[in-house]
Design a protein around this ligand. Sequence first.
Ligand SMILES: Cc1cc2nc3c(=O)[nH]c(=O)nc-3n(C[C@H](O)[C@H](O)[C@H](O)COP(=O)(O)OP(=O)(O)OC[C@H]3O[C@@H](n4cnc5c(N)ncnc54)[C@H](O)[C@@H]3O)c2cc1C
Length: 103
Amino acid sequence: MKKYDLIILGGGSAGFSAALRAVEFGAKVLIIEENVIGGTCVNRGCIPSKYLLYASEMAGTDNMKNIKGIEVKTSFNIKKIMQQKKKIIGSRYFSGHRRLSSK
Ligand SMILES: Cc1cc2nc3c(=O)[nH]c(=O)nc-3n(C[C@H](O)[C@H](O)[C@H](O)COP(=O)(O)OP(=O)(O)OC[C@H]3O[C@@H](n4cnc5c(N)ncnc54)[C@H](O)[C@@H]3O)c2cc1C
């Protein structure tokens, strides 16, 4: 049976940052997550909502060509915006996860 110094229930912002800090101190950590690592902030809260706000603020500006899903006629392609939002969430999760796993 594997042994851990710390077992954390929930892989949201709180659990994830506690795990990272414990790993920095050399602890062997297990996160138990019943849904998706990242919790509310990464998957439904801060990151997705800020990306959607940013995308809508860029509409009609010179920067809108940098936003996937806002097309030339300043129309919203909500499907592409949601895909890009998913991509951003994925990349944040995987970079954090890799950092944790490599310790
Ligand atoms: C729309 C929106 C926008 C937000 N914007 C911001 C912002 O800009 N800045 C900011 O600071 N905060 C923001 N927040 C708040 C932020 O998301 C929360 O403060 C943060 O997610 C809390 O983290 P947490 O780890 O405590 O809880 P959560 O992120 O909710 O994580 C808890 C995790 O525990 C898991 N879990 C629960 N019970 C169990 C169990 N029994 N076994 C296993 N796993 C379990 C859940 O599945 C979940 O993944 C926003 C929230 C929302 C909804």
